[in-house]
Design a protein around this ligand. Sequence first.
Ligand code: SAM
Length: 249
Amino acid sequence: MKRNYELATAWRIVRQEGVVSLVKKFFLYLRQMRDARRFAAERRGLRPEPAAVVDFSASVCGGLIRPQQARSEILQLATLVCDRKPKTVVEVGTATGGTLFIWCALAAPEATIVSVDLPAGIHGGGYPAWKTPLYQSFAAPGQRLHLLRRDSHDPDTVREVEALLSAKQVDFLFLDGDHSYEGVKKDYELYAPLVAPGGVIAFHDVCKHVAELDCHVDRFWNEIKQGRRHQEFIENADQGSCGIGVLFV
Ligand SMILES: C[S@@+](CC[C@H](N)C(=O)[O-])C[C@H]1O[C@@H](n2cnc3c(N)ncnc32)[C@H](O)[C@@H]1O
């Protein structure tokens, strides 16, 4: 059964955080709908340069699209993406759209970009339908951006991603969806075969997380990186969250 995003999210907030939190988030939600109208004007004149793009994504419209990343780490990954100018990008985990904005701003001007997120998914909760036009506006005129609001683990989603790429292999794959051990492993198994030789796979949240976050990407990352050419962007190994791991295919 397809559930309404807003109702499912409201119910989750009430269960996990209580009614007061729901009321506060409702007003934040209304403020975001208002702020989104300023986005296009604020973006005008933004230089396609990693630091400018990362800082813009974190601060525009009161944090409307703020990426869920540590600045120094995402800046290093943004620089890598900018240097490589990927023509095909696949992201699992759109959420607030922060990382998606960075990929669109720094990928090739003719890139095909696909971002997948499951409404009310774990580790972030997806995004409401009204944000779709905002995210679509991230694409440059020559880029094609496809937003799939569905489960990345569903084999039909993988088939749809392949169809949208029109037989092209992926230059840059960013895995930032389900952070459970089984979840990230499944995303890797399903999407890594689409990556081109010479391409890059980046994982977010490779640091050991504090237990409450129920995030075990670190376990999978420590297995998969063995014997492979890789790089880590980690501000502080004891930070208890974040950390980016990059595999060179
Ligand atoms: C940590 S957030 C992504 C943050 C985003 N990349 C950023 O930093 O701007 C993780 C997202 O993954 C989504 N997610 C969780 N499980 C998923 C699944 N099976 N399929 C697709 N998306 C999923 C959640 O709904 C959530 O919005």
